[in-house]
Design a protein around this ligand. Structure first.
Ligand SMILES: *Cc1c(COP(=O)(O)O)cnc(C)c1O
Length: 366
């Protein structure tokens, strides 16, 4: 009697990615502020490009040529230094697989993006978590975790789920402290939400250094989470490595067309950023006013705010209270954050109602 196929132990150690909820426990549909999707929807011009773009019987362009050319033109990058992925998530996973394996270490900060642990384990590498500094990235602590086995370092900037941000100078310092053989993956999923004058210089680092891969996505500020398109840029050997192991037709024809058109509508991106900046500041101030109830907002440069519950009202109780009022937000106890909720910035009305609900709940919990 055979025992059947034996799962690799490093795959067995993976807990599958947990997506944000959109329904209450009783099946009721909730306003979904649990996955950092764009409350303004999608560029109308981008959606119009989808019509007629796809011929279902034909394979898509395997190299996403038009999309890479448009990305190159917008960001001043040689398209040969760009690779597209089925979401940037595909590229993050492939980067770990290309440069790390059994016996190697993949390093990221505590409260980093949950996909990094999956990416590390999937290729048999050992995930290593560096200590944080009050929910932010502690560069010295991260560098102190580098060993001769470290192969890949993941940094999300801004970080998810904390929203914390490393400045251009801090990011350059982090990179300068890493040995050149270690791949630094700069996950810039929320870069478009950062004020342009505060740009972290990640694309420039990827242009200048052979060991930096910067990744971006259409899922957040471009409002195209459902299309599954992301991209990465770096030195030719890095791009070549990802091209060898990515899905050969990883971006479908419609998604290539929609993403290419979305790049031409920078007005939509600017409106998304402006809406987010205003509503995030207002919401963070509303949480700040609940400090006497033990609520605290971690300073965020992204399109969400991590709210800490350090008083009588627990995050778990707030999660339920918000669900009763019709809102799904993100509770991440599995990531060591039972004391926090990550709340995506929605419309103005939604944020006002959430702030008022949290105030009511905090006052009732006293
Ligand atoms: C949302 C997100 C991504 C993007 O994932 P896609 O696969 O492009 O949808 C990548 N990194 C972080 C930190 C994110 O929050």
């Amino acid at each position: 009697m055979t025992k059947g196929p034996q799962l690799k132990p490093w795959i067995e150690a993976i807990h599958a990615y947990v997506p944000g909820r959109s329904k209450a426990g009783d099946g009721r549909r909730l306003v979904k502020l649990s996955a950092n999707e764009n409350p303004l929807g999608t560029s109308a011009a981008a959606l119009a490009a989808r019509t007629g773009a796809a011929i279902p019987s034909l394979y898509p362009d395997p190299d996403s040529t038009a999309l890479r050319e448009a990305l190159g033109a917008l960001h001043g990058i040689d398209p040969a230094r760009i690779v597209c992925g089925t979401g940037s998530g595909e590229l993050l996973t492939l980067a770990a697989s290309a440069f790390a394996g059994q016996g190697d270490e993949v390093l990221y900060v505590r409260y980093g993006f949950s996909l990094y642990e999956i990416a590390a384990r999937r290729c048999g590498a050992t995930p290593v978590e560096a200590p944080d500094a009050d929910y932010g990235t502690d560069i010295a602590a991260l560098l102190a975790c580098v060993t001769e086995r470290t192969r890949v370092v993941f940094i999300a900037n801004p970080n998810n789920p904390t929203g914390s941000f490393l400045s251009r100078a801090e990011l350059a310092r982090l990179h300068a402290g890493l040995p050149g053989e270690i791949l630094l993956v700069l996950d810039q999923a929320y870069a478009e939400y950062v004020d342009p004058e505060d740009d972290d210089g990640g694309l420039e680092l990827a242009a200048a250094h052979p060991n930096v891969l910067a990744t971006r996505t259409f899922a957040k500020a471009y409002g195209l989470a459902g299309e599954r398109v992301g991209w990465a840029t770096g030195a030719p050997p890095l791009i070549d490595a990802l091209n060898r192991i990515r899905g050969p037709f990883n971006i479908n024809t419609g998604a290539q067309a929609v993403a290419t058109a979305a790049l031409a509508d920078q007005d939509f991106v600017a409106r998304s950023r402006a809406h987010n900046r205003t509503e995030r500041a207002r919401f963070a101030a509303a949480i700040g006013a609940l400090g006497n109830h033990g609520l605290r907002a971690v300073p965020s440069e992204a399109n969400f705010v991590l709210v800490l519950f350090e008083g009588a009202l627990s995050a778990a109780a707030a999660l339920e209270g918000l669900a009763e009022r019709g809102y799904a937000v993100r509770h991440l106890p599995g990531q060591g954050l039972p004391q926090a909720l990550r709340i995506t910035i929605g419309t103005s009305d939604q944020m006002a109602e959430i702030a008022a609900t949290l105030r009511d709940l905090a006052e009732a919990a006293r």
